[in-house]
Design a protein around this ligand. Sequence first.
Ligand code: PGA
Length: 257
Amino acid sequence: MRKAIVAGNWKMNLSIAEGKKLVLDILEEMPLLNDQQEVVFCAPFTHLQAIHETIRLKGDKNVFLGAQNCHDKAGGAYTGEVSIAMLQECGVTHVIVGHSERRQYFNESNAFLRSKTDALIATGNMKVIFCCGEPLDVRNSNGQNDYVEKQLNESLFHLPAETIKRSVIIAYEPIWAIGTGVTASSDQAQEMHAFIRSLLSKHYDAETAQEVPLLYGGSCNDQNAFELFKNPDVDGGLIGGAALKASTFLPVINAMQ
Ligand code: PGA
């Protein structure tokens, strides 16, 4: 059975002290997770070590540390970049790959995202939170399915079934919904998630399609998470703004229950 997952993407927000306090407040109040549920905190690079220690302090084995990016090379002359081994040293187990902000502001191509995905998979134990999703003009011309299919084809669907089942979480994040306060409707989210699951079925098989968690992201918050997560193909969320406060993140975690 696939897992339910709520991942907080802090982006370039919070000081280290604020991040530690946020995690402590959340872990204090959070319901006990079962082994089919995960919470992931995706913190900035500079915060990872401290947040790792904070998570371990509470010792919930279903709470994980994520990074928001990584480089595909193992090391060398790549000024300003951080390798996967460096992230692992800080306790990172999950990495967001292909967030639309990385695609848009840092020109990350489908080919580069494929290479990062491969490097993460090669470690044997890292999880990839792979983001896909269309901009507004594509949605307005009803081209979202082709757009998302191309993203997945070019970066993800070369992986073998066993790998995709074990190591990949797909996050559908329509760009027009990210940080805008406009959420995809429950029906729009379900429709795209069902489409992504049908792609997994087509490229792999029905069993693989059932095993991969599909998260929704884009203005998902304490007000709408329950409505979104009750869809059969929405297995949780990748949360930006609402992940920055315990008062808004805790209800999203509760909505996964
Ligand atoms: P948002 O961001 O929840 O603030 O819209 C989601 C994301 O970018 O992952």
